[in-house]
Each structure stands twice: as C-alpha cells, then as structure tokens.
Design a protein around this ligand. Structure first.
Ligand code: HAM
Length: 433
C-alpha cells in the first residue's frame, strides 16, 4: 500500500460528519461553521455592511507597511514566498487587503462612507493549540469614512448582537490607544518605566521596550504583568480630542444598551490602531485562546497605504473559536435531508429518482438510496443522515401508487399518494403549496 499523505500541521479538515480533529477539541462539523457564517450573512447587511471578497494572495509589502514590521505577525508568522521576483504573502488578516482594495478602486470618490464585511481563510505560522491554527477563518467588518464615535458604538453593538444571537458567553472589553498627537508622549513615558525595570521582563519584552513597548502591556508572562501593572496608563496622556472620542463611544454604547468593561491592557497585536480598540472575550470553554473577536479604529492606515486621509474601523472574529463553542453547546445549522427514499428493486429505483426530482423541484430536500439493502438497514441510514421522513418503496407501493411516509423522530406513519408527493410532504409540514 502507498503511504498516506497527511494534512499540513495547523490546518484542519471540517467535514459534514463527526470527525475527531485534534486531541482536546470537541467534534467540529461544517454545521457549526455554517451556523456562524449564516448568522453573519443574515445580520451584517441589517447594519448596512456589504460583502467584499479580496484575494488570499497579496504583495508582502502590503502587510509589512499595513500591519507593522515589528509585530509578531510580520516578524515571524507570515507565509511568504518568491514568485519570479515578486514577494507574495498568504494574507494573515484582511484589513490591510480591504484597505488596499478601497484605495486601488478609489472608493472614497464614489461614496463618502463605506461598510464592507468579509469571510475567508487567513494564514499565520503560529504555534498550534486549541483555538489557534495556521489556517483559520475570519469573519470581519470594516467601515471607512466615519470619524465620529457613533460608528464605533454601532459596530461594537453589531458584534455584541451577533455573539448573543449565537448564544455565546463573552465579555466586551474596550480601550483607547490615543492617536498620533498623544501616543508618542505615552510611549516615551512607558519606555522609561520599562527601561527602569527591564531586568524583570521576559526576553521578548526586553526587545519590545525599544521596538513596540505597548505590547509589553498584554504579555502573558506574570513578571511582565507585574511590571505592566505599575506602568503609566494611556488615559493619563490622552489629548482632548481622543478623550472626547472615547467618552463619546462609551455614551453611545450606554445608549444602545451594550455592556462593556474598560481594559487598559487591551493594546492589540497590530500596529495600525488609533483610539478605540475592543475585543469580545469568551468567558468559558476556550482556555488560553479565548478572544472571539477583536478590532478597533485605524484612522491613519488608508493614508499610510497610499490613499486619502479617510478614517476606518473594523473587527474580525475567529470562526474556529466560535465553532468550537457551538460544538460544545451542540448547536449547528442543519443540513439533513427532509425525505429519505429507499427503493427495494429496479422498477422502484426508477420511480424513486422521479419522486426525489419532484420534491427537489418544489424546494424540498430529498435523498435517494443507490444501495441495495433491506428496509431495516435503509431506515437506519435515514436515521443516521438525520432525515425527517423515510419512504420505503416496494412493489406493493408502486402498484398502489401510495406509500407510508415514516416520521423518524416520532415513528408516526403517514399514508401519502405518490402522485403529487411534493404537495403531500408540504401538507405534512404545514406549508401547503
Ligand atoms: P486579530 O486580533 O489578529 O485581528 O484577529 C481577530 C480574531 O481572529 C482573533 O480574535 C481570533 O478570534 C482570530 N484569530 C487570530 N489568529 C488566529 C489563529 N491563529 N487561529 C485561530 N483564530 C485566530 C485582526 O486580524 C484584525 N484584522 C481585526 C480588525 C479588523 N481590526 C480592524 N479591522
């Protein structure tokens, strides 16, 4: 036998059937992903977000300039390769890509405010653990052209509503990182605090003092956390405009009834943020990788990527993490067939194909068995597929033009006419057509 070829580390197969993907994961099926994705498709347009699709491949420079050279993502996690002289990268996130598309197509000249949402795979070469993979799926939104705090609150309320609709338990964390006017002063103050206690910091954070001191604040190392606890706080350094913006976001959230906690350590891992940052953090079920979604405002990014001076704000959610929680709760989007038809012989098989065709034409899902098996085994198969009704079609049924439709959950038998089967099923469903 030839050797099996395994999937790449940090990637996952998501199948319609139960599959034990990684040791400590619950069974995540397509139905769990589907529930997350469909709920976004239903909800996001209610807030005016329209779907945008951009390529998975981008020029490496986009992420180096967009996300920031000293971030973990750009520094060590990107899948980058040479394409005949061009350096290309599998997107590690989608904000930079959407900004590129926004700038490339001069969208601001066509509309003053733009709201886009997206869904797709992202790639980061991270150490794999539960809820952290090398290929993962994000659903996100980006809003361009709205500088005031009301859009921040509207977007946070959207995230809040979405996660609640799915029944996920989380806490919404909120912070502000200031802007180009006030952050440099804060950075300096923070640096001098960190320099004075550099011996206590982990090796990574010692390096961060000069390159990206704000990231020391969210280091998980307990020693670094101790040093961070005594550090100066951004809020003491905010300029008046940033203070007013942050107050405006909080007031608007209160008006909309969104609960949140202020979290001064919420600094995010990407360099483009200004002012508002936020994260929805799961309160149980995920362990270390518990951030379901994160985002914030990036008022300088469009300009930094060669576009006009247009502000932006967005978030992205990790679909795998949400799917894991839904799997734990046993919630998924059903994709089961409505009617399972099991013909017992050749003539019955031909009729079964037509019956299935008629049901499908009426918008009802049907599955026909192509296997020879006895009625008992056919019913077992219907049950395993999660079908609502099973119809065993034998010689007698064919002759009589009538058959019993068995409701699998209750065991109830409904006699139906094969002629006009779609109408019969619709009648049973209470939706006559
Ligand atoms: P991020 O915090 O890097 O932000 O990622 C957002 C979410 O994606 C995380 O909260 C997490 O749920 C999920 N995620 C990230 N990395 C992984 C991974 N390796 N495996 C599984 N899930 C992961 C961004 O990507 C920004 N683009 C968000 C944003 C949009 N900011 C403004 N607009």
């Amino acid at each position: 036998m030839s050797q099996k070829i395994r999937g790449v580390k940090g990637t996952r197969d998501v199948l319609p059937i139960d599959t034990y993907v990684k040791d400590d994961d619950p069974w995540v099926r397509v139905g769990h992903y589907d529930l997350v994705e469909q709920s976004a498709r239903d909800l996001f347009p209610l807030y005016g977000y329209r779907e945008a699709r951009t390529p998975i491949l981008e020029r490496t420079e986009l992420f180096v300039r967009g996300i920031g050279e000293v971030t973990d993502i750009v520094g060590k996690e990107m899948y980058t390769f040479d394409d005949h002289g061009d350096s290309l990268t599998l997107r590690p996130e989608n904000t930079a890509s959407l900004v590129r598309a926004y700038v490339e197509h001069n969208v601001n000249q066509q509309e003053p405010e733009t709201k886009w949402w997206y869904l797709g795979p992202m790639f980061r070469r991270e150490r794999q653990q539960r809820g952290r993979y090398r290929q993962f799926t994000q659903i996100g939104v980006e809003a361009f052209g709205s500088p005031g705090p009301r859009i921040d609150a509207e977007q946070i309320e959207l995230l809040d509503r979405w996660l609640r609709r799915l029944g996920l338990a989380f806490e919404m964390h909120l912070n502000t990182l200031g802007d180009a006017a006030c952050r440099p002063k804060y950075r300096q103050a923070l640096q001098s605090h960190l320099r004075s206690r550099s011996q206590e910091l982990c090796e990574d954070c010692q390096g961060r003092i000069e390159t990206n001191p704000i990231r020391v604040l969210d280091c998980k190392n307990p020693k670094c956390q101790e040093v961070a606890a005594g550090a100066p706080r951004m809020e003491e350094f905010l300029c008046d405009a940033c203070k007013a913006h942050f107050a405006g976001v909080q007031e608007a959230l209160q008006r909309l009834g969104v609960r949140f906690v202020i979290d001064p350590k919420l600094v995010r891992g990407l360099d483009y943020y200004t002012r508002t940052t936020y994260e929805a953090i799961a309160t149980s079920g995920l362990g270390a990788q518990s951030t379901l979604a994160g985002g914030g405002r990036y008022d300088g990014l469009v300009r930094d990527l060669g576009g006009p001076d247009v502000p932006g704000i967005g978030f992205a959610a990790g679909v795998e993490r949400m799917a894991l929680l839904l799997a734990q709760q046993g919630k998924e989007r059903a994709t089961q067939p409505l009617v399972f038809i099991a013909p017992l012989g050749e003539a019955e098989a031909a009729r079964a194909d037509q019956l299935a065709q008629e049901l499908r034409a009426a918008g009802l899902s049907a599955e026909v068995s192509f296997r020879k098996a006895n009625p008992g085994n056919q019913l077992k198969r219907a049950d395993a597929l999660g079908a609502r009704f099973a119809l065993v079609l034998g010689d007698q049924e064919l002759k009589a033009g009538r058959a019993k439709l068995k409701e699998l959950r209750t065991g109830a038998q409904h006699e139906v006419s094969l002629q006009g089967i779609a109408g019969e099923v619709a009648r049973l469903l209470g939706t006559p057509r």
